[in-house]
Structures are given as structure tokens and as C-alpha cells.
Design a protein around this ligand. Structure first.
Ligand SMILES: Nc1nc2c(c(=O)[nH]1)N[C@H]1C(S)=C(S)[C@@H](COP(=O)(O)O)O[C@H]1N2
Ligand SMILES: [Mo]
Length: 429
């Protein structure tokens, strides 16, 4: 057995902020050995038993298969899906279990879903995409037609503007990181640039907006300004290398990098060039942010600069004192992530977390920082800064900006409290 309190005598640990935060240099060659016994109970004692050969090492396993599945032992890693809603058939959302995943890529089976009227079962051979309105030459494409165009791939996050809305509510929900922030995913998306198709249609000089409509029962429609449509918007056909999933808009969706998820219209069937926004119901009565004076902000497109700690996080329990890695995700709809700071004392002191160099624009960033938990209470927070200099606001600053009823675009700093028993809980600090 090892003594997991060895760290108390360890002088080589580089403490960088209050309540046990350790330097990110410990992740980059500055060893935690010596304190190693505190990282995990993995030191073999003299009395260690001989290794025995498990059953699965003694005979051949099952053969190759056509479409792979996770280990049955990992079957608990699922989307957080609510029970079906009888009043809104097919409507609702399932969340990505952010606290059970690592890295930045969301596996397709765990990409969050938000449907206004369920997932249509579209036969690509019968699906059409029309481009019309203020164009010289209206066009119609089949799925096969689009597959013949030049494509490009980008790793991009997608976030619903209702994500983390619960964190703007009056009481702190007892939930997990995925439960609170899981209307967020990140994938490698491949498709055809919208500008390629608009060039072919010939945009007329009067056109200044692009409205897109889906082929689902909701006929969801959204308008975006033409300059964004020409800059980096594309029609996504592939998601992490395979055709996009029905839940994500098979056979094709609009993908609008960095902007609220609602504008990335799934099951895309029409793109219409206009000289003004269409003012669809989902950009008037919904997806607008109520302000303290009763007015509402319309067309708040980019998602805010934001970060969340995915571990340790809500509903987890730290089972031993010693060194734990604090890790999470950061992103911004206005650029790349440049910095993530972490606090273990509710925001009194902060330390820079480790980020990989060369962060991608409009993608998730994974941050990490070692933390020595000595058994006392702690409040863990993270704060992101993006390449445009935007800093994630406190919850209080966010709440003061909007009406108390607003639940969209929440990007305030969120707090996980760790009790002396090691229980981790969402709190308002
Ligand atoms: N046609 C259509 N497009 C849609 C929706 C929808 O219900 N219908 N939901 C929108 C919303 S609110 C979000 S957040 C994203 C969710 O994308 P996902 O389900 O692939 O995660 O799709 C958007 N596009
Ligand atoms: Mo959304």
C-alpha cells in the first residue's frame, strides 16, 4: 500500500495559485514523481501478487465486424436524453455527456441533438436543394450533384444558444457537466462551400441576406447576412468522416461556423437570396435575448467566449486526496482560444491551464491543470480568453446584462464546489 499523503512532505511541487493549483509545467516534463504516490495507487509493494492471465488472454476473441460499437463495458457513455415529449412529438434535445469524454472531438453517436419536430427519414435520392430568390440563375441540386463538387473539411464546434441556460436560473441545478452544458459538440465537418454554389447561381447586387429552410416537419428557417454566407459557410455532407447522421441533418445541413446552432439548418432544402431578413418565427419569437428593459436582441449570431470544467464536475466524487487533473473545454465564436485560467478558490486566485499550441479557430480547446486536493472544500472555476481578446464574464456580469427571464447565450463562469467528502456539485459562488 502507498501512503497517499506523501505529497504533504513533497517540496518539488510548483504551486501556482490558491487551494492546491499546481503549475501546468508538471504536465510538460516537470515531474510529479515523488508526488507520484499521490497521483494514483499504482506503486507495487514487495508483497504484490503475481500477475495472473485473464480469461480473454487464453483463447481467440470474436472476429472482425462490419460496423463497430463501443465496448459493452463503456455502454454507460450515452447522450443525456429526456423522456419523449407527448405535446411536441419529436421535439426536444439530447445532450453530449461532456464529463465522460476526452479530447475535443465528439463521436457521431454522442453528438448533441436539438430537433423542433423530430428527425425526418430522408431518402437522399429524393431530396433536393434549391437556390433561388435574388440570383441570376435559380439552381436545383440532388445529393449526387453535390457530392461532385470540391469539398473542404474543418474541425468546428456547434453550440445551441440555449446551452447552459439552466445556469442563468434562480437555483443551481444538481446536475453533471453534460447535463448543464451538453448542447455542445465538436466534429470534423466536410462539405461544399456555399460561395461555390452561390457563384454558380450568380448573386444579384440587391441581395444582402440568405435564408435557409429545412425539410423537417418544423420547416425550420433562419436568415444570415450574405457576407457571412460568402465567408465561411458550407453545406456539410460528412461528419467525422462518414455521411452526417440523420440527427445532424442527413443528407445535408447548412454549417455556419461559430454562430448559434439554430442557424445551421439541418435537412437543408432551400436557400433563398433576399434583400432583408425573412423574420422567421425562430428569429423573432425565439432565439432572441430579452434585455432588462423588456426589449430583445435579435440576430445575436456568434457564440460567446466560454469554458467549462468537465472533470472534476457535478455529481462526481473524488475518492482520494492527492493530485487530480482539472480538465475541460473552451471555445469562442469569435476566434481561437488563447488562454484558460483555472481557480480552485472560487475566483480569488487563478492559474493558467495548459493548452495545446496552435488552437483551431471556432473549435473546442481542451485545457488541463494538475490540482492537489488536500481534503478541504474548494470551488473550481475556469475562465477563457479568445484570440480577439474577449474574456469570459462572471455569472453576475452576464445576469446583469439581460432580463432575469433570458436563457439564451449564457457564457458566464460556472462553479463546481468540492466538499470535504469529495462530492462535486454545481453552485452559485
Ligand atoms: N431543420 C432544422 N434545423 C435545425 C433544427 C431543427 O429543429 N430543424 N434545430 C436547430 C438547433 S436549435 C440547433 S442547436 C442545431 C442542433 O444541431 P444538432 O442536432 O446536429 O446538434 O440545429 C439547428 N438546425
Ligand atoms: Mo438550438
Amino acid at each position: 500500500m502507498n501512503d497517499n499523503k506523501n505529497y504533504k512532505h513533497e517540496t518539488s511541487l510548483d504551486r501556482v495559485a490558491g487551494n492546491g493549483l499546481l503549475s501546468r509545467r508538471h504536465l510538460l516534463g516537470l515531474s510529479l514523481a515523488g508526488a507520484g504516490a499521490a497521483v494514483a495507487g499504482n506503486v507495487l509493494g514487495a508483497e504484490a501478487p503475481a500477475l495472473s492471465m485473464p480469461a480473454w488472454s487464453r483463447s481467440p476473441g470474436r472476429g472482425p465486424s462490419e460496423y463497430g460499437n463501443p465496448s459493452t463495458f463503456a455502454a454507460g457513455i450515452k447522450r443525456l436524453a429526456p423522456p419523449p415529449n407527448a405535446t411536441l412529438p419529436g421535439g426536444g434535445a439530447s445532450r453530449t455527456p461532456l464529463h465522460l469524454l476526452q479530447g475535443i472531438i465528439t463521436p457521431n453517436s454522442l453528438h448533441f441533438e436539438r430537433h423542433h419536430a423530430g428527425v425526418p427519414d430522408i431518402d437522399p435520392a429524393q431530396h433536393r436543394l434549391v437556390i433561388n430568390g435574388l440570383v441570376r440563375q435559380p439552381l436545383m441540386f440532388s445529393y449526387e450533384d453535390l457530392l461532385a463538387y470540391p469539398m473542404e473539411s474543418r474541425i468546428l464546434f456547434l453550440e445551441c444558444s440555449g446551452n447552459s441556460g439552466g445556469a442563468a436560473g434562480p437555483t443551481a441545478a444538481d446536475t453533471s457537466a453534460g447535463g448543464l452544458h451538453g448542447l455542445l459538440s465538436c466534429a470534423e465537418w466536410t462539405g461544399v462551400r456555399l460561395s461555390t454554389l452561390l457563384d454558380e447561381a450568380g448573386v444579384l447586387p440587391e441581395a444582402s441576406w440568405v435564408s435557409s429552410t429545412g425539410a423537417d416537419g418544423a420547416s425550420l428557417g433562419r436568415s444570415i447576412p450574405l457576407n457571412k454566407a460568402l465567408r465561411d459557410v458550407f453545406i456539410a455532407l460528412y461528419q467525422n468522416g462518414e455521411p452526417i447522421r440523420p440527427e445532424q441533418g442527413y443528407p445535408m445541413r447548412l454549417f455556419v461556423p461559430g454562430w448559434e446552432g439554430n442557424v445551421s439548418v439541418k435537412w437543408l432544402t432551400q436557400i433563398k437570396l433576399t434583400d432583408m431578413a425573412a423574420n422567421f418565427k425562430d428569429e423573432t419569437s425565439r432565439y432572441t435575448e430579452l434585455l432588462p428593459d423588456g426589449k430583445a436582441l435579435q440576430f445575436t449570431f456568434p457564440m460567446g467566449t466560454k469554458s467549462v470544467i468537465t472533470s472534476p464536475s457535478g455529481q462526481m466524487t473524488l475518492r482520494r486526496q492527492g493530485i487530480h487533473e482539472i480538465t475541460g473545454l473552451a471555445w469562442s465564436g469569435r476566434g481561437a482560444i488563447r488562454r484558460v485560467e483555472v481557480s480552485a478558490d472560487g475566483g480569488r486566485s487563478w492559474a493558467d491551464a495548459h493548452l495545446e499550441p496552435n488552437q483551431l479557430e471556432l473549435a473546442l480547446a481542451r485545457f488541463r491543470l494538475p490540482w492537489l486536493w488536500e481534503g478541504g472544500p474548494a470551488v473550481l472555476q475556469s475562465r477563457a480568453t479568445d484570440s480577439a481578446g474577449n474574456v469570459q464574464p462572471t455569472r453576475e456580469v452576464f445576469l446583469n446584462t439581460y432580463s432575469p427571464a433570458n436563457r439564451y447565450h449564457f457564457n458566464g463562469i460556472q462553479s463546481w464546489a468540492v466538499s470535504a467528502q469529495g462530492e462535486v456539485k454545481n453552485v452559485y459562488a
